[in-house]
Design a protein around this ligand. Structure first.
Ligand code: MD6
Ligand code: FE
Length: 213
């Protein structure tokens, strides 16, 4: 009989859905936070709006990389420039790129790093990440700041769901048969992390958008 003395490095929550609790230690979280602040100085957080209705998201966003994900009355899409400043997106934060290289199992770099900022009351409805052309690449997700209650289900929106608490430093990878499952953020646990001085949460998702040529 073995006597494990540490937590497992990763947990497969469903086929293709791999959770890496505590992937980034405190020092790496602080380095990534500094890198995100550098991105937001160049590419300020914007308020995305729902296609058709124009209803604002409660989450604010920015991006790093050649492409960024945006949403407005026209729809969801990837574009090379910031919707408010029309400037190109800054580079993907290096600590996030290292996580992609370690966790994605994909040979090419990501095209986009979407950065979501949640105020304590923000949430994100159940959705699929399906605006990319390349579904052979996974989505790699990193969390910083307050713990979030993350809900995930299946390919059908009506499939049963489960929840996992994503804490500061956790990584989660959506690949293979889990690449297109539904997921969302139900709520934050206010005051659960002291990484962000004002509270709230940052989530970074790395994506390969374009089919390799
Ligand atoms: C969030 N995450 O954690 C929202 N999408 O704030 C996502 O929407 C997400 O964590 C695709 C893959 C992993 C994710
Ligand atoms: Fe998503």
């Amino acid at each position: 009989m073995s006597h494990p003395t540490s937590l497992p490095a990763s947990l497969t929550l469903a086929p293709g859905l791999v959770y890496h609790p505590g992937y980034l230690g405190r020092t790496a979280q602080e380095a990534l936070l500094d890198e995100v602040r550098a991105v937001t100085r160049q590419a300020p957080l914007f308020t995305p709006r729902m296609p058709r209705t124009g209803k604002p998201f409660s989450v604010r966003m920015t991006n790093g990389g050649p492409l960024g994900w945006v949403s407005d009355v026209q729809g969801y899409r990837y574009q090379a420039d910031h919707p408010d400043t029309a400037e190109p997106w800054p580079a993907i934060p290096p600590v996030a790129l290292e996580a992609w290289n370690a966790l994605s199992g994909y040979a090419l770099p990501p095209d986009a790093c979407l950065i979501n900022f949640y105020e304590p009351s923000a949430r994100m409805g159940l959705h699929q990440d399906k605006d990319e052309e390349e579904f052979d690449a996974p989505v790699v997700s990193l969390s910083l700041g307050d713990t979030a209650l993350f809900r995930y289900g299946g390919l059908d929106r009506r499939d049963p769901t489960r929840s996992v608490r994503l804490r500061s430093g956790d990584a989660i990878v959506f690949g293979g048969p889990a690449r297109l499952i539904h997921h969302g953020i139900d709520r934050l646990m206010a005051g659960s992390s002291d990484l962000l001085p004002q509270g709230g949460r940052l989530n970074l998702t790395l994506r390969k958008v374009k089919k390799p040529v």
